[in-house]
Design a protein around this ligand. Sequence first.
Ligand code: MN
Length: 482
Amino acid sequence: MSLIKGETGDWEVVLGLEVHAQVISDAKLFSGAPTTFGADPNTQVSLVDAAMPGMLPVINARCVEQAVRTGLGLNAKINLRSVFDRKNYFYADLPQGYQISQYKDPIVGEGAVEIDLEGGATKTIGIERLHLEQDAGKSLHDQHPSQTYVDLNRSGVALMEIVSRPDMRSADEAAAYLTKLRSIVRYLGTCDGNMDEGSMRCDVNVSVRKPGGELGTRCEIKNVNSIRFVKQAIEYESRRQVEVIEGGGKIMQETRLFDPGRGETRSLRSKEDAHDYRYFPDPDLPPLVLTQEFVDGIKATLPELPDARKARFIEEYGLTPYDAGVLVAEKETAAFFDTVAKGRDAREAVKLVTGDFFAMLNRRGDTIAQSPIKAEHLGKLLDLQADGTISGRIAKELFVAMEETGKDPAVLVEERGMRQVTDTGAIESAAKAVIDANPDKVAAYKAKPAMFGWFVGQVMKSTGGKANPRAVNETLKKLLDA
Ligand code: MN
């Protein structure tokens, strides 16, 4: 917990997050129109999405399955009976004049997410609910000098609104929660988590209070679209609230916007309450009733999730919680590491993957999928070093060659003659040649044994770095000290 220092003492920040996560599905929640990102405006709109008179919504089973899968991934209660309601409000990009959402009876109830904090600590954040609802269309204000256009491609796309309990106490905890939530939905394959494409958007509820005191009035910051902005918005907004209260003012319950350019939040409108929306059950949709077998069937196909995988990495490979946390954060990274480490020295595998390999990805701006070096090949590189085929120094060179060619390291070792020289005869003659050519250095070594390293360097150089370093050391010691 990080407290804010005010003029009247410390203040505690209380945060709850509402995340809208777009469901991965080929079709919309109540229509068969496609959901591809970035399509031309109004090319993915059915008569249902445009709210033509007489059109009826039909629930998309795939979206229901994805919501249940997400609920299970959040260790949450699945409600076998849920109800779709109409949430009434007017907006130019909402042709129905209401959003079909779930109000009193959501498809998913209470759950929990464990977040990872600095120094290996964890904290459990309560999930209040997850409900299914439609997204609205999009108003385009920048296409014409005096008119607004409406794009209905997004109209009716399925969203999961995931509501947390007000359990977070700092911007860092909120960031850790979002990071974990994104990681979980990506592992599950239920949302791609791409905040920059708007497929995960976050509303942040912020209030402040004296530590342990009564909850303060909250403000909701709408549609923040990156984790960095969420942190900035919380830091600005909590400080603003402390200043207002300490200045003798009151916090008004309102909806605010975060302006990334100025790094501040500003008032958008006074916050509406649920009763303002005149929710009522949608007469076009009967209650959604699931069977326990349906839920169990989905449960049986859940993948290993980040927490379980982290625990396994610590247990099976002896990793530190920190290393394990880094490696499981993204599903692809975890799978990559599994392949490299399986049956090998895990410590060496961690060093290589989090060291040279991550550095290469960063330098190239590549994702794991785009990496020129495949997991199988990186594993083989470790094998070649472990069985003495190559030296540590050659391994570095081989890594570069693998990046350049994408080839199997065993093939590269043969093609480029990188095999380590362990033949003591060859090393001995290389060592003798260096000693014979440098009598002055030999004399210097007799006076100053630290000179030894110079001889090692020369022999390694003359053998193109392929000599086994231990053999070089032993041979030189023997010859020089004779
Ligand atoms: Mn919503």
